[in-house]
Design a protein around this ligand. Structure first.
Ligand code: ATP
Ligand code: MG
Length: 387
């Protein structure tokens, strides 16, 4: 049996809120680890996962994708005696040394005050024992290569340097949102960020087949799978917007094409969101990143919808967004060269500061409502990365 210790995130949450948060986190963990024979044990501020040796990789992979934990570590369990705790610290130090660690410190926490040593004395005694037993290992309290942590609770837990968790809140604690997912860099990151605030995510992808390729659609599906690993599954709706785009192209002044297309996407997304019980729309827009994302044009884009439009990237620059995309694993897919519908559609001289009244007038003249509903009726749904 292997045991993992999980540190929970956002410890400022208190009372009833906290209980709900922990229950959801536990359910999420169990659903990620279904049919692996794991047992999850919960105590104040800590979860423990007990699992058979052969599913360790699967468990560690799940912990790397679990939103709502601040950190995790494979832990030793020792009896609650001074000798047993020190012995476990020495063994952990030997393991760290074998992994190449040369400097260390000990951190100790004691929730069971009946343990004979307080946390300061645990640090001193265990530190001295480690120095004595493992030649070549030195103490460095400021920038140690390894930290051995000791927690005296219902049992004693001893573990080497913990891995960072994703933090955030457990998925399922913040309602549902509908993500407008393109094949680009930004929107997958936006979806991840809202999932990391506890939101369940549905997604919609607009394509213009046969003007856009099957590869472009597949790219959106792959992205939904990657983000879905964190979001505990994403229902991805793919909508063919060719007819809507044609109507816009034929009936509107060229500089307005992108704004009007975005308005149509928003209108369509809102119908889907209301049908799915989603409480908001989510986009990957970032202020002034491109012409369609000036504040004036954003105002046009959202002027027809009444659901809140959340834009978690609004104040981020492209470098930050790219780094985040690399971290969550979407970047490589996002930069594949297949074009989605907007690229085919971008006018050479777009309106930079559209007026809402004018936008609405152009939009209404196009009467896209029926085409949008028809596109939605023909849409397909793909379940991506449900555990
Ligand atoms: P991204 O990298 O997410 O594609 P972008 O910088 O290319 O963003 P735009 O193309 O202007 O920006 O798109 C703005 C937002 O509109 C996207 O982040 C996404 O939420 C939504 N969007 C754009 N194209 C599509 C599409 N084909 N299907 C669904 N949503 C889309
Ligand atoms: Mg794009």
């Amino acid at each position: 049996m292997t045991t993992y210790l999980l540190k929970l995130g956002e410890l400022t949450l208190k009372g009833e809120n906290r209980k709900g948060f922990e229950n959801t986190l536990k359910q999420n963990l169990l659903s990620l680890l279904r049919q692996t024979g794991v047992k999850v044990e919960t105590t104040a501020g800590r979860f423990f996962v007990h699992c058979p040796e052969e599913v360790r990789e699967k468990v560690e992979n799940a912990l790397d994708h679990l939103l709502g934990i601040a950190g995790w570590a494979k832990t030793r369990i020792a009896e609650k005696t001074v000798e047993a705790v020190i012995q476990a610290c020495v063994e952990e130090a030997e393991t760290l040394f074998e992994q190449g660690v040369r400097t260390f410190k000990i951190e100790a926490r004691r929730t069971d005050k009946s343990f004979p040593l307080d946390s300061y004395k645990i640090r001193c005694r265990a530190g001295a024992a480690v120095l004595d037993a493992v030649r070549g290992l030195q103490v460095d309290v400021h920038t140690p290569q390894g930290i051995i942590e000791v927690e005296i609770r219902e049992r004693s837990y001893i573990y080497g340097t913990a891995k960072k968790g994703l933090r955030g809140l457990p998925v399922g604690t913040a309602g549902r949102g509908l993500l407008l997912l393109s094949g680009g860099i930004d929107s997958p990151v936006a979806g991840y960020l809202m999932a990391s605030r506890g939101m369940r995510i549905d997604a919609v992808y607009f394509h213009a087949y046969p003007y856009t390729s099957e590869e472009a659609r597949q790219k959106a599906v792959t992205l939904a799978h990657i983000v879905g690993r964190y979001a505990l599954g994403i229902r991805l709706y793919t909508v063919n917007f060719t007819a809507v785009q044609m109507r816009i192209k034929e009936g509107a002044p060229e500089p307005w094409l992108t704004i009007l297309l975005r308005m149509a996407m928003m209108e369509c997304a809102q119908i889907l969101a209301l049908h799915r019980g989603a409480k908001c729309l989510i986009t990957g827009e970032s202020l002034s990143q491109v012409a369609s994302q000036t504040v004036e044009n954003i105002a046009c884009t959202e002027s027809l919808v009444r659901l809140p439009v959340l834009r978690p990237l609004i104040g981020m620059d492209k470098d930050q967004i790219i780094r985040m995309a690399e971290t969550i694993g979407t970047y490589e897919t996002s930069i594949l060269p297949y074009q989605d519908c907007c690229v085919l559609f971008s006018p050479p001289h777009p309106v930079l500061r559209g007026g809402v009244t004018e936008a609405a007038r152009f939009y209404e003249q196009l009467e896209p409502g029926e085409l949008i509903k028809a596109a939605l009726r023909e849409s397909a749904m793909i379940k991506c990365a449900f555990p």
